[in-house]
Design a protein around this ligand. Structure first.
Ligand code: BV8
Ligand code: ZN
Length: 314
């Protein structure tokens, strides 16, 4: 019991597995801590990237309009990290659990969905590889029944045109994405970015040569926004996360919510666990440290998720 007399979260893995075994609709809400073991820096906490820069100063349309050179260096740095990164055992545990034939051994008859705030694409990589291993590359095997992965903050390799009349989106994994950004990684590490790379040297739209950005621009006309919402891009503060209504549907049906490697400080993702609990569901937090609201969780497994998750879902 905490001093407030409220129940403390359980650390009992056997009890968690009993809850997992009886769960019918499971969701995982994931954050940067899921990819930390893959070498992708987190935002907050020790070594976090936001520690050096205020979140709002880099991941907003206003920041991009004011200083695209700074914002592009930040994203170039993270693109380069993502290109070198491989999924870790936490990604693999989620990928295996997304396959019904595997999941139903520990959670019979359950549905599952992964809602990630991460834009690094590592969950996609893990799911592709684990699926191929599970089906021994049998091309006829249909992944349709596998758990959906919703990248609600978009994908870092999507690059979008900022011109209202173009809206071109390209999945671009070029390294570096443009010559002027090449070799700026060290400056980002040292928080000594050169904020004066001219716009003409920053990534340009291949179709109309307007300035490109990592993510959808909210100045588009409605139909373009509709188009863009169907595409993935990086979602900045004040911009609408992708597939929110699908997320809401999954949250509303969930009776178990796994909260993995997130500080639970960015909304609306940070609301999901509380909503599941309000409808009678259970919440299990997997985090290296204490995180926002974790004392309300039913289970709290402190430690690296690349260790705790394979144990919990295996
Ligand atoms: C929106 C860009 C509305 C992508 C990011 C209430 C409801 C709705 C909105 C709001 C609200 N209150 C406030 C808002 C506004 C705002 C918000 O949340 N502000 C905060 C600061 C209060 N939200 C928004 O603006 C969102 N938009 O709601 O739009 C709307 C609706 C209709 C029409 C128009 C608009 C948009 C939010 C998206 C912002 N984009 N980044 C990118 O570059 O990646 S935010 C950034 O933070 C990242 O996306 C990241 O995914 C996200 C969350 O961070 P975490 O993933 O949790 O990472 P963090 O470093 O914080 O924590 C890591 C954790 O891992 C730590 O706890 C650590 O202990 C742990 N860890 C580390 N290693 C390990 C580990 N755990 C386990 N194992 C390990 N090995
Ligand atoms: Zn264009």
């Amino acid at each position: 019991m905490s001093d407030s007399g409220a129940l403390q979260p359980s650390r009992d893995m056997a009890e968690f597995k009993r809850v997992l075994n009886g769960a019918k609709n499971i969701i995982a809400v994931c954050g940067a801590g899921l990819s930390a073991a893959s070498g992708i820096p987190t935002f907050r906490g020790a070594g976090g990237l936001w520690r050096k820069y205020k979140a709002m100063s880099l991941a907003t349309p206003e920041a991009f309009a004011e200083n695209p050179s700074l914002v592009w260096q930040f994203y170039h740095y993270r693109r380069e990290k993502a290109l070198l990164a491989e999924p870790n055992s936490a990604h693999d545990a989620l990928a295996k659990f997304s396959i019904p034939a595997i999941r139903h051994q520990t959670a019979p008859g359950s549905s599952f969905a992964i809602i990630t705030q991460n834009v690094d694409g590592l969950s996609v990589k893990a799911m592709d590889r684990v699926w191929k291993e599970h089906t021994q590359g049998n091309a006829d095997a249909d992944p349709e029944a596998n758990a959906p992965l919703l990248e609600m903050h978009g994908r870092i390799f999507d690059v979008m045109c900022t011109s209202n009349f173009c809206g071109e989106v390209e999945y671009d994994k070029a390294s570096p994405i443009c010559e002027a950004l090449g070799g700026t990684e060290e400056a980002v590490e040292k928080n000594a970015m050169d904020a004066t790379i001219p716009k003409s040297k920053l990534p340009r739209c291949k179709k109309c040569n307007a300035l490109a950005r990592p993510g959808e621009f909210d100045d588009f006309s409605l139909e373009q926004t509709e188009l863009l919402n169907s595409l993935e891009g990086v979602v900045w503060f004040g911009e609408q996360p992708i597939n929110l209504d699908k997320n809401d549907e999954l949250v509303a049906a969930a009776d178990l919510c796994l909260v993995i490697g997130t500080s639970s400080t960015v909304y609306p993702a940070a609301m999901y666990a509380g909503l599941v609990q309000m409808q009678g569901g259970k919440v299990a937090v997997f985090n290296l440290d204490r995180s926002e609201g974790d004392d309300e969780a039913d289970f709290l497994f402190l430690g690296p998720c690349e260790e705790t998750l394979p144990e919990a879902l295996g």
